[in-house]
Design a protein. Structure first.
Length: 183
């Protein structure tokens, strides 16, 4: 008899849950039509940064690759020359790849980078329908050229010497082999 009573009230209890839920705030997210902002320090896609004159901050040292626990980074450095300068130092990253099939977005690589060339953005849409497109090349990772920046290769445009350049003491007024330094 007790069993029959319990079974009688089961559907009523079930509909009660449904009825209560109808008045709760809807939590459905409309992604990808409505994208939510991430936390400011969210670890998303990497970015290879530039100096204010457009030269690349990466010096091709490979420290990021060595720090990576997932073996997701591949770097090949090369020498800058008098005719072709990509970074202000002796070396630059000629080849730079990050394999997002391996990357766990842990951030150890950006901690290892001595020049702050490598940082992480908040971009999290890193899916694709084939493996090859998830290996990002240097051109996919380089920061965009902002106003006042120049596409490398070009000579160092900031300051009269290396010290002034790295301390960000502003644009120099000296002439370079490519003409007047931009203000
Ligand atoms: S975020 Fe972590 S896993 Fe991804 S490339 Fe950097 S060190 Fe490697
Ligand atoms: S991103 Fe940083 S750590 Fe990696 S090769 Fe370039 S300078 Fe070195």
């Amino acid at each position: 008899m007790a069993d029959t009573k319990e079974h009688f009230w089961d559907p009523v209890a079930g509909f009660g849950v449904t009825f209560r839920t109808m008045f709760k705030k809807v939590v459905t997210e409309q992604y990808p039509f409505e994208k939510k902002a991430t936390a400011p320090r969210f670890h998303g896609r990497h970015q290879l940064n530039r100096w204010p004159d457009g030269l690349e901050k990466c010096i091709g040292c490979e420290l990021c690759a060595w720090a990576c626990p997932a073996d997701a980074i591949y770097v090949e450095g090369a020498d800058n020359t008098a005719d072709e300068r990509f970074s202000p130092g002796e070396r630059y990253g000629r080849v730079y790849q990050i394999n997002y099939l391996r990357c766990i977005l842990c951030g150890l690589c950006i901690e290892a980078c001595p020049t702050r060339a490598l940082t992480m953005t908040n971009e999290y849409e890193l899916a694709d329908n084939n493996r090859a497109d998830l290996i990002y090349e240097k051109n996919d990772l380089l920061a965009p050229l902002l106003p006042g920046m120049e596409q490398p290769p070009h000579p160092m445009r900031l300051g009269d010497d290396d010290g002034a350049y790295y301390r960000g003491l502003g644009a120099s007024t000296r002439d370079t082999d490519e003409g007047e330094v931009p203000a």
